[in-house]
Design a binder for this molecule. Structure first.
Ligand code: DGL
Length: 272
């Protein structure tokens, strides 16, 4: 059973693939099941109740697939739903992602840190508590960037349109004194080159894929759930169009991948 049962990785769309690639590096022997809730992307402007409902549906799907763990590779869904998920599935290892505020607070010289994330993440009590706990002395500048999520979902990672969309928000936070920038949405590492270009070469851009992968590995090991041998595999599923996820994921991960549809009962209905 251990060798068959997957580790479920989930995001509203393709952003969580930035976490998945770090998980593949840290856990090369695991069967991974990635679910993009593309029928409902983006989550960033949706209500907490809606995001909770979707996260619960995907968790139920992972449980039906006998997943050993669930990685919520989405800052917005982690902020909105991780407490509820853990309440509903006390036996399941559930790992979330949070903007890298703590390392940012250590790195800043100006005492000003910029955070790019979704509106939902930045407005959440969980984010406010994180900032208060990890960086009480630091001035944190918040910048929601829903347009960046849309660009990545269209596979537009370079060129004039993406450049223009990235330049203004980055300049805004740099001009206000931020010397460290936090990529607080899992879609944004796919725009890293453009963000770095706009920010300047020495500016740290912090993301959480690698630390989350290490934490997952540690937690699996602690529970005796780590698969130490055999080839890793990756299955991709979506609540949206399978062909669209195949095309996007192949581009983002740089290999040919074929996605399939999540069974209908977990696909849900559109937000009101
Ligand atoms: N990738 C997600 C995050 O980390 C969500 C983006 C969205 O759906 O708006 O926040």
């Amino acid at each position: 059973m251990l060798s068959e049962s997957p580790i479920g990785v989930y995001d509203s769309g393709v952003g969580g693939l930035s976490v998945l690639r770090a998980i593949r590096d840290a856990l090369p022997h695991e069967p991974l099941l990635y679910v993009a809730d593309a029928a409902h992307v983006p989550y960033g402007e949706k209500s907490q109740e809606f995001v909770e409902r979707r996260a619960c549906a995907i968790a139920d799907y992972f449980v039906s697939r006998q997943a050993r763990a669930m990685v919520v590779a989405c800052n917005t869904a982690t902020a909105a739903a991780i407490s509820l998920l853990r309440q509903r599935h006390p036996g399941l290892l559930i790992i979330g992602v949070e903007p890298a505020i703590k390392p940012a607070a250590h790195l800043t010289h100006t005492g000003v840190v910029g955070v790019f994330a979704t509106t939902g993440t930045l407005a959440s009590p969980k984010f406010a508590a994180l900032a208060q706990r990890e960086a009480p002395e630091v001035r944190i500048l918040l910048r929601p960037c829903p347009q960046w999520v849309r660009l990545v979902e269209r596979g537009v990672l370079s060129g004039p349109e993406a450049q223009a969309a990235v330049r203004a928000p980055v300049a805004e936070l740099r001009d206000a004194g931020a010397d460290v920038l936090v990529l607080g949405c899992t879609h944004f590492p796919f725009l890293r080159d453009l963000i770095q270009e706009a920010a300047g070469p020495g500016v740290p851009l912090l993301e959480t894929g690698a630390p989350v992968a290490r934490w997952l590995r540690h937690q699996l090991q602690e529970r005796g759930l780590l698969r130490g041998q055999g080839p890793g595999t990756l299955a991709l599923q979506t609540t949206g169009e399978a062909a669209a996820l195949s095309r996007l994921a192949s581009g983002l991960l740089g290999q040919d991948l074929v996605a399939h549809a999540v069974p209908e009962r977990w696909r849900g209905t559109p937000a009101a």
